[in-house]
Design a protein around this ligand. Structure first.
Ligand SMILES: [Zn+2]
Length: 91
């Protein structure tokens, strides 16, 4: 036994996961959408030595979560399209 208490925080400072995990993850945002039926999440993920990716999750109360893993440039393209669509929708 050591004098220190057990620390299950990840060695990577940016990672929000605790305990044993295969994928490092930083939770960037999560928000409730569309008549409070969807939970949308945006995370940064990294598995074993791979480059960082962007993870988009969509969950309802009634279905398993859908997860899309995107390369940074793909995430930017999706973000651009969302912005453009939102701009047109409020016009
Ligand atoms: Zn981690």
């Amino acid at each position: 036994m050591t004098a220190t208490t057990s620390n299950d925080e990840c060695v990577l400072k940016w990672c929000n996961e605790a305990g044993d995990h295969d994928e490092h993850r930083q939770y960037v945002t999560s928000l409730v959408a569309w008549r409070s039926t969807w939970l949308i999440g945006v995370n940064i993920v990294q598995s074993d030595g791979e480059p960082l990716h962007v993870e988009l999750t969509a969950t309802t109360r009634w279905s398993p979560p859908a997860t899309v893993t995107l390369k940074p440039d793909e995430a930017e393209a999706v973000a651009q399209a969302l912005l453009e669509a939102a701009t047109r929708a409020v016009r």
